[in-house]
Write a protein that binds this ligand. Structure first.
Ligand SMILES: [Zn+2]
Length: 319
C-alpha cells in the first residue's frame, strides 16, 4: 500500500465501532480467538461451614463473588464459596482451568501448559501441584483376592530447590550406584486383580516400612504375590496373610497359573515410561506424580477435564 493511502486508511479507523475494532485486532493477530470455556468445576453445595464446621442449616446465601455463589455462616459470621478450603481456592484465571485439566490428561510439559493457558511457567508449576495434591492422596484403601506388590525406584532429585544438599547432577541423571543405593527412592506399588492400586513412597525399603504400608491395605484373606525379597516374607509372618513369593531370577514366572506379579510389573513400566517425559521429578513432589499417574489409570479412556477438576477439589469419584 502506498504511504498516502495508508495514512488515509489509518484516519478511517476512527470511524470503526468498538465491535469492529475488536474484530480488526483479532484479524491482525492472525486468528479468531476461540471462545474460552468457563471452567467446569463440579461444585456441590456446602455441607457445612469450612471455617467453624457448623452444619448447612446455619448457612445463608451471600450474593456472588468472582462468579461464584457466596455463603455466610450465621454462627461464625464468615463468608466462603464452594472452593474455600479446596486446593484450588485463590487460584486465578478460572477460565483456564478446564484447559489446564486437559493438559494434565495429555501429560503436557510446563512450557506447553504455560503457552496454551496463557500463564507463566511458575504459575503452570504452581497449578500442577495444586491440581494434583488431592489426587495424590486418592488411592485404594482396601485390596483383596490376589494382591501383587512390587518395588520400583526413582532417582532422588532436588530439582527446583535453590540449595542442594549435595553437588548437582545433570538433569534426569544417573545414580552413582544401581539398585539399593541411597540415591534411589523406593516406591512400593500394590495392585489387586480388580485394578485397585495403591503406592507408597517409602523412607526405607525395610520390613517395618513395608508392613506399615501393607497392613491397613491388604485384606486378611488375600493372597499376596511378590518377588522373593525378605520384606514381603516378613509382612506375611507378621500378619498371617498367605504369601506366594516368586523367584524372579530362577523360578517360574507364574505359579499354578494365577500367582504372578505381571500386572504390577506392567503398571510399573507404564508409570516409568510416562514419567520419563519430565526428565526427573523433584523427590518432594514425587507423590503428586504417582497420584497423577494413578488418576490417569483409574479413569483410563473415560477421563475428562471435569473429572480432573473434581479430583482437584477433593470430590474423588471412587471406582
Ligand atoms: Zn462458620
Amino acid at each position: 500500500m502506498r504511504h498516502v493511502v495508508f495514512v488515509e486508511f489509518l484516519a478511517q479507523l476512527k470511524e470503526l465501532t468498538p465491535e469492529q475494532k475488536k474484530r480488526l485486532v483479532r484479524h491482525l493477530m492472525g486468528r479468531e480467538l476461540a471462545p474460552v470455556p468457563r471452567a467446569m468445576v463440579p461444585l456441590v453445595a456446602p455441607t457445612g461451614c469450612p471455617h467453624c464446621g457448623t452444619t448447612d442449616d446455619r448457612l445463608g446465601s451471600w450474593g456472588q463473588s468472582h462468579g461464584l455463589k457466596r455463603y455466610r455462616c450465621r454462627d461464625c459470621g464468615r463468608t466462603f464459596n464452594a472452593l474455600t478450603g479446596t486446593a484450588l481456592a485463590h487460584l486465578r484465571k478460572r477460565e483456564q482451568w478446564t484447559r489446564y485439566a486437559e493438559l494434565l490428561i495429555e501429560g503436557a510439559s510446563l512450557r506447553e501448559a504455560a503457552r496454551r493457558c496463557q500463564i507463566d511457567k511458575n504459575t503452570a508449576f504452581r497449578w500442577r501441584h495444586r491440581f494434583l495434591s488431592d489426587a495424590a492422596g486418592h488411592q485404594a484403601e482396601h485390596e483383596d483376592g490376589i494382591v501383587e506388590a512390587d518395588e520400583t525406584f526413582f532417582l532422588e532429585s532436588f530439582k527446583g530447590q535453590r540449595h542442594l544438599p549435595r553437588p548437582a547432577r545433570h538433569r534426569g541423571g544417573v545414580a552413582g550406584k544401581r539398585g539399593f543405593s541411597a540415591e534411589q527412592i523406593p516406591v512400593l506399588v500394590v495392585r489387586d486383580r480388580s485394578g485397585q492400586t495403591a503406592d507408597f513412597k517409602l523412607e526405607k525399603l525395610d520390613a517395618a516400612h513395608v508392613i506399615a504400608a501393607l497392613r491397613p491395605l491388604v485384606d486378611q484373606e488375600a493372597i499376596l504375590c511378590s518377588d522373593s525379597a525378605g520384606v514381603y516374607a516378613a509382612f506375611a509372618r507378621a500378619t498371617g496373610i498367605t504369601h506366594r513369593p516368586l523367584n524372579i531370577q530362577h523360578g517360574p514366572r507364574v505359579i499354578d497359573g494365577v500367582f504372578h506379579i505381571q500386572n504390577v510389573n506392567t503398571y510399573d513400566s507404564r508409570l516409568n515410561g510416562w514419567i520419563r517425559r519430565f526428565h526427573g521429578v523433584a523427590t518432594k513432589y514425587l507423590e503428586n506424580y504417582l497420584g497423577w499417574r494413578r488418576m490417569l489409570e483409574r479413569y483410563k479412556t473415560t477421563i475428562t477435564p471435569k473429572l480432573c477438576l473434581a479430583e482437584a477439589v477433593g470430590l474423588s469419584i471412587n471406582s
